[in-house]
Design a protein around this ligand. Structure first.
Ligand SMILES: [Zn+2]
Ligand SMILES: [Zn+2]
Length: 310
């Protein structure tokens, strides 16, 4: 085989080089997009900056389109995040603020429409009773789409900190039952909502450094395949979550899950899961290098928008 042929074959099988990826992003041959992010200190207690500052950051980073996907309001005081409880932000206040978020997001979408395409969306919670609240919020606020996420197992926040993760683990009686409950809750959420985007698919591994071992348990891997099968059947988008690089060893979903998703033909689209100006577009090149090395189509699919009668 000639050197040229070898180079072509290598390029074909291993994608383009890191340098080429960086240039393609700069030249806009690969668009900058985010299906999940835009959390802001104005509307989220664990984020920073105003929503307008976050949107201006997306514009200055050259993003083509972004879904702004703030966390939904809690159903009651008992389903608030731990920091909201500590700081006495009532569910009533958080629900009002969530409505203000939608008004502000829709205003900014219009204000900046010539510079960036914005979708006003939200990220779900999954706990007892959350589905009814989500359906009520969708009917009332008419988001463009949903990011379907699970942050709770047995009502305990699994990604908040190590202590809460341990509490959730003890409530399930071990790491394997914890993963199984998480994946079953995700499956129920997928069936109930069919969200256009599935958020950080394997967030459950955040505080489990031995997650590759955990995945090997048959009852876990079968559940992962079942959930991915549903995502493939319904043609939902998988959030290629760049925040995983900051919080764990790799992106969400981790590489074994990602490869399985790609083999099923699932569309994978970047989400920076930004929580303030500083995390807008963070890890973008690193993420795209991985995706192109796996042969992923970088003509990013946009989320299917919810259709409303009026
Ligand atoms: Zn958040
Ligand atoms: Zn999330």
């Amino acid at each position: 085989m000639s050197t040229t042929m070898e180079a072509i074959v290598i390029t074909h099988f291993f994608g383009i080089s890191a340098m080429a990826v960086s240039n393609k992003i700069k030249d806009k041959a690969i668009a900058k997009v985010s299906v999940h992010g835009g959390h802001s200190g104005q509307f989220c207690h664990h984020a920073s900056d105003s929503l307008e500052q976050v949107i201006q950051a997306y514009i200055s980073h050259g993003f083509s389109w972004v879904g702004i996907t703030e966390h939904m309001a809690p159903s009651s005081d008992s389903t608030r995040y731990p920091d909201e409880q500590e700081d006495n932000l009532s569910a009533k206040f958080l629900n009002q603020r969530f409505r203000d978020y939608f008004a502000q997001c829709k205003m900014l979408k219009e204000k900046y429409r010539n510079q960036i395409e914005i979708f006003s969306a939200f990220e779900t919670e999954t706990y007892e009773g959350s589905e009814a609240l989500i359906k009520q919020l969708v009917a009332e606020l008419k988001p463009d789409y949903l990011v379907g996420s699970v942050h709770h197992v047995n009502g305990i926040c699994i990604d908040y900190d190590e202590d809460h993760f341990q509490l959730a683990l003890e409530s399930c009686g071990g790491i394997i039952p914890l993963y199984a409950r998480y994946l079953d809750a995700q499956y129920e959420m997928l069936q109930g909502l069919e969200p256009a985007v599935v958020g950080h698919f394997d967030l459950i591994r955040k505080f489990d450094p031995a997650y590759l071992e955990s995945f090997k348990a048959l009852e876990i891997w079968q559940r992962i395949e079942r959930n991915l099968g549903f995502i493939a059947d319904k043609n939902l988008i998988l959030d290629f979550n760049l925040r995983g690089f900051d919080k764990t060893a790799e992106q969400y979903p981790s590489t074994p899950v990602l490869k399985t998703a790609l083999a099923l033909g699932i569309a994978v689209v970047p989400g920076d899961d930004s929580h303030g100006v500083n995390s807008v577009g963070r890890n973008y090149e690193r993420g795209i290098e991985l995706l192109t090395s796996l042969g992923v189509d970088t003509n990013w699919r946009k989320p299917a928008l919810i259709q409303y009668d009026s």
